[in-house]
Design a protein around this ligand. Sequence first.
Ligand SMILES: [Mn+2]
Length: 371
Amino acid sequence: MKLLHTADWQIGEAFGQFEIDEATLLGAARIESVKTVAKLAAERAVDIVVVAGDVFDQQDVQDHIVRRMFDAMGAYAGRWVLIPGNHDAAKVESVWTRAAKLKCIPQNVIVATKPQTLLFHDLKLALLCAPLVQQNTFEDTTEFFDAEESPEGYCRVGLAHGSMQGVLAEDIDSPNPISSTRAETARLDYLALGDWHGTKAINARTWYAGTHEPDRFKDNDRGNALIVTLGSPGVAPEVETVKTGKYTWRRLERVVSQPTDVELLEAELADCTEAHVVRIAVSGTVDISTREAIEEVISKLRARSAALRVEIDLTTRPSQAEIAALGSQGGYVAKVVDRLNALQSDPSQAKAAADALAALAQFQKKTKEAA
Ligand SMILES: [Mn+2]
C-alpha cells in the first residue's frame, strides 16, 4: 500500500512582511502547490493521501479561498484524509464547519474533526486520527492510539499534529506535545506528523512531511511531500521525499567594504530567478560609489526574483577622491567639503559629517543628471 503524506499547507497565510504584489504571489503558490501534491498522488497512484493538520493558516480564511483550496485537490480522485491542526483547530465554529456549510468539501475528502480510527477495509488500513480541537493543549492527543484496537492483518497508521517531545528545537509552532515513543507504544507502522515545516525523520516510522510550499527563511528542508510504501504490518516503511514547492527561499548576509565585495555579492546572487524568494542583509562601511553599486545589485535582484526582503545597514564614508571631486568647483561648496572632511576625524562628529558628505554627493549627482 502506498500513501502520500503532506502537512502544513497554511492556506490563507498573509505574508505581511512582503510588498503586496509579492505577498499575493506567495499566497497563491500555497494553493498551486496543493495542485502539485494532487498531481503527484495521481501520478504515483497512491492509495490514500493524508494531510497532517494546519491545512488553513487561520479560521477566518475567506470563503473563495476555502473553495479554491478544495478545488485544487481535484487532480487526485482517490481518498484524502485531513485533520485540523492548531491554526485550523476543530472548534465548535471553525473553518471546517464553514466549509461544510459552503458544501465545498468534495465527496472523496474526509475531514477527521474528532479523535477516531478510520478503517479502510480494501486497503487493510487502520488510520488513527488525532485532530486538534483547540489551538493549544498540554495533553498528548495521540495518547488514545496505544489502546486503540485494529483488525488482524491491518497496517496501523497514525495522523497527528504537534511537537514531538524532546526531539525538536525550541522554536516549534505550538506546544501540543506528542510522545517520542508513540509509534512504538501504539504499534504503528507509520506515524504521519504535521507542525514542523521542514521534512524530518524522527525515526524509521515517524516523519514530519514539512510544508508543501516553503514559507520561511529557514535552512531546514521545506517544500516536499512524502510517498510512503507500507508492506505487511510490522515491516518498516519505505519513505521517499518528493519536491512539491514552487519557490526556493534563500537568505544571504554579507559584510561589504570594497568594490570587490559587491562583485562577489552579485556573483552569489547570479542564479536567483523568479523561482526564488530572497532575503538579503548587507552591512559595513563603504564609499559612495560602492554604496551605489550595492543599490543597483539589489534593484536588479528585486526585478528578477519573486519576492525580496532587504535589510541594509551601511555607513557611507566618501573616499578621498570622492571628497576631492565634491569640492572641485571651488567656492563655498569647497569650503563646506573641507570643513566636513576635517570633522570626520572628530569621533563625536564623524558620522554626521560623513552622512552630510554622502548627502552632498547625492545632491551633486542629481543636479548633474538634471542639467
Ligand atoms: Mn501547527
